[in-house]
Ligand binder design. Structure first.
Ligand code: HEC
Length: 207
């Protein structure tokens, strides 16, 4: 009985070290999988694909959206542009929000919270952080003064150079409101500071 037990321990030690070796030999290879049916489901799941899907083009379980379609609530939002495509965004994206006082006021409030520490209340790059951070451009000088709205939207979402992305802090609608306000600063037009009791919405980070 004891012998059997010993044998069992030895066998499992050998199996275990064998599995470790297999697992470590190649980082891309998950190694020997024990009862894979337990974690690879038989149905074609969209987010976990093991085998090529023979029914869909490209072999993927997930299908790309049909060309020209826009997901609900995503009108005017660039889902398919990579982070380096600010110039393309500048041509393709238009602000879906109406330019009115409320949107501008909300844009100003959000700008004050998220951008002015670096870019300054006047958009001159002289915020308290901007003075130390260096390289924060003025909105109303040179190339930046003529950046189109889609470009600014893209920079807020994905960042640019030394500026980090703000996509996780402000949702798409809030970004477009900020864009509206930044465009006002590009023209050197700085309205009175936002009222403390502004009706601007709180920030709900979504995508
Ligand atoms: C931590 C500091 C910081 C914050 C906060 C910040 N920026 Fe910037 N921003 C920069 C710097 C630095 C650059 C220059 C980036 C570069 O070219 O390397 C820049 C560049 C830009 C540009 C010009 C992009 C281009 O194509 O040249 C725009 C537009 C801009 N920021 C908008 C915003 C907006 C809107 C916000 C708020 C949502 C914001 N930034 C928040 C530091 C900041």
């Amino acid at each position: 009985m004891k012998g059997l037990l010993n044998l069992g321990i030895k066998a499992s030690a050998v199996l275990f070290s064998g599995a470790m070796l297999v697992a470590c030999s190649n980082e891309k290879d998950p190694g020997l999988e024990y009862a894979p049916d337990m974690y690879h489901s038989v149905p074609l799941d969209p987010y976990s694909q093991v085998k090529e899907n023979l029914y869909n083009p490209g072999g993927m379980n997930m299908r790309e959206p049909a060309p020209g379609t826009v997901a609900r609530g995503k009108m005017g939002y660039n889902m398919y542009l990579s982070k380096d495509e600010a110039e393309v965004a500048g041509v393709e994206l238009k602000n879906p929000l109406e330019k009115n006082e409320l949107n501008l006021a909300e844009g100003q409030l959000l700008y004050t919270r998220f951008c002015s520490p670096c870019h300054g209340d006047q958009g001159d790059g002289q915020g308290l952080v901007g003075q130390k951070f260096k390289g924060v451009p003025s909105y109303s000088a040179g190339r930046v003064a003529t950046l189109p709205e889609g470009h600014i939207y893209h920079v807020i979402t994905n960042g640019r150079g030394r500026m980090l992305p703000h996509g996780s802090q402000v949702n798409p609608t809030e970004r477009w409101k900020i864009v509206m306000y930044v465009q006002q600063l590009q023209g050197g037009d700085v309205p009175a500071p936002a009222a403390a009791d502004s009706t601007a919405t709180g920030t709900t980070p979504t995508n």
